[in-house]
Ligand binder design. Sequence first.
Ligand code: JB2
Length: 224
Amino acid sequence: MPDDSKKPVLIIGGGGHATVVLDALRASGQTIAGICDQDPAQAQARFPEETIIDGDDAALALPPDEISIAIGGGSTRSPAARAALFARYHKAGFGFATVIHPSAIVAPNAEIGAGAQLMAGCVLQPNVTIGVNAVVNTGAIIDHDSRIGDHAFISPGVTLSGGVEIGQGCHIGAGATIIEYRRVGETATVGAGAVVIHDVAIGATVTGVPAIDREFKTMTEDYE
Ligand code: JB2
């Protein structure tokens, strides 16, 4: 999927995460086409100087060859909502802006998927791969050879030691640490501040230090 960053960018969702997306886009010199929100009054109050589009039906009627999209919703509940919005705009023919704050430190050989968002102060070391529409939020550290799946959400201050694999659609909570070469299965959730020392099963939720699955009261889950 081509990077569509050169066109003016329409941000989808006008809440908390969108403030960070807008700042990163501005800081990297991109033009803002506007912000689309299902609650335009709320978005206009938050972003008084921006053009607000009233809902996705109106945004989807805009010409895909003239604007690109940045998903502005965060991951309060699950990255699934971000993935669904991405799919909807992709199907309608829109391209996606890759958002890279100028203060992000990105190794030259890191691979960044379309629509991925690298926020202020994050660090991507060599041989890192970031999936489509994934977010590496403020100050997160993604060390060498780590791979982050499509639509995954890495919260502020997360540390992934080298060779960590994060599956599609995972949510890694603020300040969590994952030791080297561990794998987190797709759609799993790692709670804020958790320390992961074993692989995490697909769809599991682990919390605490060391991180355990509270439902099954086990620290270790097979990845597959
Ligand atoms: O389907 C939608 C849709 N669903 C919610 N389409 C469009 N165009 N907009 C949608 N929204 C809008 O996204 C809501 O009306 C709301 O304005 C916005 C979500 O804002 P909120 O601040 O509730 O969540 P967020 O995901 O932007 O930010 C949360 O997650 C971040 C990761 C906050 O908790 C932040 O503090 C956090 N950093």
